[in-house]
Design a protein around this ligand. Sequence first.
Ligand code: IMP
Length: 443
Amino acid sequence: MPVTLVVGGQWGDEGKAKIIDVLAPAADFVVRYQGGANAGHTVVAGGERFAFHLVPSGILYPGVQCVLGGGMVIDPCALIAEIRSVRSRGVDVDGRILVSDQAHLVLPYHVALDEGSEKRLGNQRIGTTGKGISPAYMDKIGRSGVRMGDLRRRPTDLEELLRNRVRAKNRVLKAHGHRVLSPGKVVADVMSVRARLLKMITDTRPVLWDAVDARRRVLCEGAQGVLLDVDHGTYPFVTSSSPAAGGACTGTGLPPTAIDRVIGVFKAYCTRVGNGPFPTEDAGRDGARMREVGHEFGTTTGRPRRCGWFDGVAARTAVRLNGVTEIALTKLDVLDALDTLKVCTSYRVRGRELHTFPSDARSLDGVRPVYEAHAGWDTTSTVRKANEVPAAAMDYVEAIERHAGARISMLSLGPQRSALVRLPRRRKASARRVRVDTNSTRR
Ligand code: IMP
């Protein structure tokens, strides 16, 4: 089957766009399946840096058709602005972007509600990107959203729909003491981009089914990561969509049987932006060094990312949850020149040992990671072939394979396209035998 899924194995920012960029030349379609402009996918190509928020990262390759799937929530004005900005840098985008008519619109009231909700939560806030993601998905699930397909309505009907929605949301905003919006301005903004959007909006599902039938190659590009998944992440400190593999099916209309390759992208250490549990966070010198060397600041918000050690418990859970068939390990070079590195192998919490990331994040209160230590190495930043990887770095890579339970097929050692090493198949990595612990989430 010709569908490859690229999924974030941690809390987002794993370097998925770099992996998409490496695979895209052999692809016919690159499809985003969830999230919205909360994502910040960075690609460095020809010395230029591109940061994509809504447009799939495959856009830099002229032969690739880019699809914004039905599982996404899309700010229509932000999409048009992003397309314009990509085009202004010499990328030919015409006729290459399709937008699912099932995708939902993020409208200004979603942004205002996101802002308002974070303010109300005070020090309990989620630390969202402020892009209106959660309110837009709330409307979708609550069956009161506006979909891309609604832009096909007669202009007067669309205007009435939007005005009614804004008025209803203004009542909520007012009740919470937040600024209200001008219905006329919201309508005018949407109308100003409607004609351009209509050229891209279609039922993208048959396009993808036909592609699969014709054995054309489809790459599904996840945004965020599994630990931010609304079902499987550290709820409530999650995003409001399904970055995990299951989301690729609902967010594109592709059946699970079409997917035959699942690439889990993991950073060689861990980062997280926003609040919520992070068992292996290192608030000390090593974490600060990772942030500085790895330029760990949000692409969308510029916020400093929290940094810490590779979490084998979370990785093992992500591998099983997504059916990861291979791992792309990124930013190994950021760990160059450290004396000692740590990999978390299990958690201790209230006298128990956990080997699976718990389904209830509150079970992580008071968690203590159990680490194994690894010797450091000099440098990997100039490595371009598998046999050039220093022995200590390879030991570290193999430890990650062992704990995660999947083989590492690609190592990324810098932002440039060339800084990627494909690792040949070695021995089969196998998950350590873990005790099945049905009480592992009991508080
Ligand atoms: P939201 O998606 O803006 O609602 O934010 C919810 C949580 O997900 C916050 O902790 C954000 O920092 C986090 N988040 C959302 N998008 C990304 C991303 O692309 N990378 C990393 N974290 C993200």
